[in-house]
Design a protein around this ligand. Structure first.
Ligand code: FRU
Length: 478
């Protein structure tokens, strides 16, 4: 049966078959969220990239649609974005029926073989039937390559004050900004990032958008990096600063990570959602994405998350709150418990969603452990050590990790979240765990591949804990 294979997520987006990586072209239009994705339909490993396509009304249930963009003589189709050209500035639609415009990277593998550095260029395609079919622009590419090998992943958004489309582009170890009024002529504006941020690998998949905090506007720049993530391989960092239509600037010195886990990469936000910024990432890591033990299909997306800014330990941080839609759309059964001054608590039948709302503060030397396990001695251990201010996730005790040595290394992260009235939410699916602290002040996303379901959960501490626990099973979306 389709979508019932071992490890197949039951409420995360996956392609019907074949390979998937980055989410692409995310745009909301006419009541539907479009999700395109890096796709190799002919194999379960990375290869010639297409844009796969699906739509959703609630970001939870997905309808798979035919492949939207196929490789052609200019190259294969790498990552990019899509927007509504409301005023038909591109001239690719009409005033009454404005086009959706997709901006993507052509990757010309044939040219790469010749030793040229100019094999990545930016191109556009458009749709005038609500995203059902896509036509490539006849004079592609719209932005040629200046001689830089890594020149890709255009994310375009409208900048109202300067009345221009701004393209954020990943260029090797920095982000370049370009502007345009018609999607066809692009002007270089500025570069950002050579002197700041994490640089353990190449920069990819940027996203630039404003968010408000206490009535003040800040600009957020997401930058994925591979390798060089905090727990090895791929990860997404972010910068908080200002953008004036030409230049992004920040006074940030520390490196901020969107997610401390190993498996949330290349994520960006939907366009045309007004003030809401809804994010989805690729739930894998280039360290082992091609060899995880799934058959028939490879990779899933994270759950959708709503991004906002909030003060965390006195600093402004980017917060990723899981969309309520999952709980609203999928809840099947609900369990509730109250624990009072206990050292541990066992949940015998773990649900897809568990929330632990702590009613008492943790002591300075306290530790909190959450074990997910089964009778087969498979165990995932999530731990917060309040004396070291450190969080960790150990998946080495899940037997099936032999496919990759990187997979079993201990994941660690600083405990950067508000410590009073802490709330931990765990989204568990057939092969993934997404842990949110305090509605997304701190996030860790990680894959796991256990032989049997991890059907028990033990919450324990070396001190007393009091908490309300809620859990719900989710219905499958397939
Ligand atoms: C990120 C990435 C992008 C590129 C795409 C190719 O995961 O490497 O930079 O466009 O994947 O599939």
């Amino acid at each position: 049966l389709q979508f019932k294979e071992q490890y197949r997520p039951q409420y995360h987006f996956t392609p019907p078959s074949g390979w998937m990586n980055d989410p692409n072209g995310m745009v909301y239009y006419a009541g539907q969220y479009h999700l395109f994705y890096q796709h190799n339909p002919d194999s379960t490993v990375w290869g010639p990239m297409h844009w796969g396509h699906a739509v959703s009304k609630d970001l939870v249930h997905w309808e798979h649609l035919p492949i939207a963009l196929y490789p052609d003589s200019l190259g294969t189709i790498f990552s990019g974005s899509a927007v509504l050209d409301q005023k038909n500035k591109s001239g690719l639609g009409t005033d009454n029926n404005p086009p959706l415009v997709a901006i993507y990277t052509y990757h010309d593998a044939e040219q790469e073989k010749t030793g040229s550095n100019q094999f990545q260029t930016q191109a556009i395609a458009f749709s005038t039937d609500s995203g059902r079919t896509w036509q490539k622009y006849k004079n592609n590419p719209v932005l040629t390559n200046p001689g830089i090998k890594d020149f890709r992943d255009p994310k375009v958004s409208w900048h109202e004050p300067s009345k221009k489309w701004i393209m954020s582009l990943a260029v090797k170890n920095k982000i370049s900004f370009y502007s345009s009024t018609n999607f066809i002529d692009w002007k270089f504006e500025s570069d950002f990032g050579e002197q700041v941020g994490a640089h353990g690998g190449v920069w990819e998949c940027p996203d630039l958008f404003p968010l408000e905090i206490n009535g003040e506007e800040k600009w957020v720049l997401l930058v994925s990096i591979n390798p060089g993530g905090p727990n090895g391989g791929s990860a997404t960092q972010y910068f908080i600063g200002d953008f004036d239509g030409k230049k992004f600037s920040t006074s940030q010195e520390e490196i901020y990570w969107l997610d401390y886990g190993t498996d949330n990469y290349a994520g960006v936000t939907w366009s045309n959602t007004q003030n809401r910024k809804i994010f989805m990432g690729w739930m894998s890591n280039w360290d082992y994405a091609n060899i995880v033990p799934t058959e028939n299909w490879r990779s899933a997306m994270t759950i959708a998350r709503e991004l906002s800014l909030a003060k965390v330990e006195g600093e402004i941080r980017l917060v990723s709150r899981p969309l309520n839609n999952y709980k609203e759309q999928l809840t099947e059964k609900k369990f509730e418990w109250e624990i009072k001054d206990q050292n541990n608590f066992l949940i015998k039948n773990v649900s897809e969603w568990t929330e632990i709302d702590f009613k008492s503060p943790f002591g300075q030397n306290q530790e909190l452990e959450i074990e997910l396990f089964n009778e087969n001695e498979e165990l995932l251990l999530f731990k917060i050590d309040f004396s070291k201010q450190e969080v960790s996730l150990d998946r080495s005790t899940i037997k099936r990790h032999g496919f990759s040595k990187e997979f079993k290394s201990l994941q660690k992260a600083p405990a950067h979240f508000n410590k009073e009235n802490m709330k931990i939410e765990i989204f568990k699916d057939a092969s993934s765990l997404e842990i949110f602290i305090n509605d997304g002040e701190w996030v860790m996303t990680a894959l796991y591949f256990s032989n049997n379901e991890l059907n028990q959960m033990k919450i324990s501490s070396n001190g007393k804990i009091s908490a309300d626990i809620n859990a719900s099973s989710f219905k499958s979306i397939w």
